[in-house]
Design a protein. Structure first.
Length: 138
């Protein structure tokens, strides 16, 4: 009887070891689109602007997309920055991460960037930007 019990345990171990460990090793394609940036409010911060958006540290153009091969355990990093360009530039940035496993349908992420005037009579005034990203499985 003991011998039969060990045989069953051995067979179960063989079956368990033959199974894939998890689906975490599989990759899926996720498309990230930088929909656009808008200057929502400008309280005397400036008139000449530069803005940039990034997906996983790489720049992406407005209206452009990037397709990523990610594991379900990966995260996607979104970053947005705006700069008022004058002799003493004023900067603002925001970032967030999205878990790849949470992308089950098309989602929109908005990053809100605040730029603060750093000099002059309008020092302390702010400009507010919104950057929109669309994320979906492909």
């Amino acid at each position: 009887m003991k011998r039969a019990g060990w045989m069953i345990v051995a067979m179960l171990l063989v079956l368990l070891l033959a199974q894939p460990v998890s689906a975490a090793g599989k990759t899926t394609k996720i498309k990230v689109t930088f929909v656009g940036a808008s200057l929502d409010e400008n309280n005397h911060v400036g008139n000449e602007w530069w803005s940039g958006a990034y997906v996983n540290g790489k720049p992406i153009d407005e209206g452009g997309s990037v397709t990523l091969n990610v594991k379900s355990t990966d995260t996607i990093k979104l970053k947005a920055e705006a700069q008022e360009q004058d002799k003493y530039p004023d900067d603002g940035e925001a970032s967030t991460t999205v878990k790849a496993a949470s992308v089950t349908k098309t989602i929109t992420k908005a990053l809100h960037v605040t730029v603060v005037e750093n000099r002059g009579r309008y020092s302390g005034n702010t400009a507010q930007w919104t950057f929109a990203f669309q994320i979906q499985k492909v």
